[in-house]
Design a protein around this ligand. Structure first.
Ligand code: PGU
Length: 464
């Protein structure tokens, strides 16, 4: 092979020579032939040298010059700002990602063990998975959320596909609904995870909100919720956080879930569950799935987006599943066939590694047990951070009732601090959190609680 960069005696690179020969050859053809379809360079340039195409940006301007700078993501952008801050006392309470008491990311022991098993197994290959993902992973994921004795699973009424974590599952479910469901409106709680409205809108649905959180009581606005769902059009889709509502940390009680279920079923509203925190609310996988299981037990249909980012600490592996619970097995088969048509042109098929880790853990009794112990330990550490922060504010006599810190559940505390107070805490104390006043309790440690309490105290007493 000739090296394209080698120069001949006249100083021409061989690639230039080839192009110029090609140009001369094409120039000899009739104007209506190939030469007229080429950019002016080769065919109309008598010297045979290559002239730049007007779209190549050679004349100074980029063809993308009009592209405006986009803002950082409201949640992931907090980490970007945190990383730029040289302060040794900085704390990142923005992203919902678990940290150890030492402030370090945690890879669960059980995950390390499962990975080791996978690496040591020479029969494992890196072939493409099917469009729907790892079949074993899908079955086990459905069992984990719906319960191993779920009639819907036993009757083969659940179509499950492996997706790219919770976000990917939500997106695939949305695109399926936009194509195949009669009602295009989805009701989402006010407030909710900031990415929800973007996923649903770009996936082809129109978004409306229902009342959820009452800032006065810092609890659930069940009255407002029921009223808003009552006035939703029949058949509308409703997004429900399965547990550990993000960002408020406020969940309905089981009685309230039952009220919501009855109302939704009587109006034919379609539940779309988002389960990103199973096991993080109570420390128990089964207890955290109760809301979902109530809806599946009545025989009705629903969608479920599951994520293993938090509960197995597999954030960057992007492991999740979308399940659609259908009325009958034959509907589920057809639904699955259509989900494949959504997935194939989007990313073809999902990655193999993370799903293999999850499947290895879920199918093995000992590993599963080890996982539940580690999960409970994470949940417990978060709960102890709640108590510690509450006590620290009390000790400082910080004005206000801070009991919501210990009442709220899951990864986050919705502090009630406003965006000005948040900006003050970031500027003066290097505490990074989302501007809605949400803090990730999982990012705290007993070493950083006093610093956070000082910051909150100062924000509340100085900027009000
Ligand atoms: N659904 C909810 C309710 C979530 O809180 C999150 C993650 C997801 C879905 C998506 O998680 P996956 O990683 O795609 O499985 N929320 C976190 C993580 C950061 C982010 O915004 O993606 C958060 O801090 O809110």
């Amino acid at each position: 092979m000739e090296d394209a960069n080698v120069r001949d005696s006249t100083g021409y690179r061989s690639a230039d020579r080839r192009l110029s020969t090609l140009g001369r050859h094409l120039g000899a053809l009739s104007p209506s032939s190939a030469a007229s379809r080429l950019p002016p360079m080769a065919s109309e340039n008598p010297t045979g040298t290559i002239a730049p195409s007007p779209t190549a940006g050679f004349y100074g301007g980029s063809v993308f010059a009009h592209v405006v700078q986009a803002p950082e993501d409201p949640i992931l952008g907090v980490t970007v700002a945190y990383n730029k801050d040289p302060s040794p006392v900085k704390v990142n309470l923005g992203v919902g990602a678990y940290r150890t008491e030492e402030g370090k990311p945690l890879v669960l022991n059980v995950v390390r063990r499962a990975e080791q098993m996978l690496v040591n197994d020479p029969s494992r290959v890196k072939e493409y998975l099917p469009i729907t993902g790892l079949a074993e992973f899908n079955k086990l994921s459905a069992k984990l959320i719906f319960g191993s004795d779920s009639p819907a699973i036993q009757e083969n009424r659940v179509a499950t596909v492996q997706c790219l974590s919770g976000t990917g599952s939500l997106r695939v479910g949305t695109e399926f609904l936009a194509r195949h469901y009669r009602e295009r409106t989805i009701y989402i709680p006010q407030p909710t995870w900031g990415n929800h409205p973007k996923v649903f809108t770009l996936g082809g649905l129109s978004v409306k909100t229902y009342r959820y959180y009452d800032p006065v009581t810092r609890g659930l606005n069940i009255q407002g919720l029921l009223e808003d769902l009552s006035s939703a059009p029949s058949g509308a889709i409703v997004l429900l956080h399965a547990c550990a509502h993000n960002p408020t940390g406020v969940d309905p009680t089981l009685d309230q879930w039952e009220q919501i279920r009855k109302l939704m079923r009587s109006k034919g509203l379609l539940p779309f569950f988002d389960s990103a925190y199973q096991g993080f609310a109570s420390g128990s996988l089964d207890a955290d799935a109760q809301s979902v299981r109530m809806f599946v037990a009545d025989g009705g249909e629903c969608l479920m987006a599951q994520s293993y980012a938090k509960n197995m600490g597999l954030y960057g592996e992007r492991v999740g599943a979308l399940s659609i619970v259908c009325r009958s097995a034959d509907v589920a088969v057809r639904v699955e066939s259509q989900l494949k048509l959504v997935i194939r042109p989007m990313y073809s098929n999902p990655p193999i590694h993370g799903a293999s880790i999850v499947a290895a853990i879920l199918k093995d009794r000992a590993l599963f047990h080890e996982w539940t112990v580690e999960l409970k330990a994470m949940a417990d550490r978060i709960i102890s951070m709640r108590q510690m922060l509450f006590d620290a504010l009390r000790a400082r006599g910080t004005p206000g009732d801070w009991s919501h810190i210990i009442k709220q559940i899951g990864m986050f505390t919705f502090t009630g601090l406003n965006s000005e107070q948040v900006a003050f805490m970031t500027k003066e104390y290097h505490i990074y959190m989302t501007s809605d006043g949400r803090i990730s309790m999982a990012g705290l440690s007993s070493k950083t609680v006093p610093h956070l309490a000082d910051a909150i105290h100062a924000a509340v007493t100085r900027t009000n």
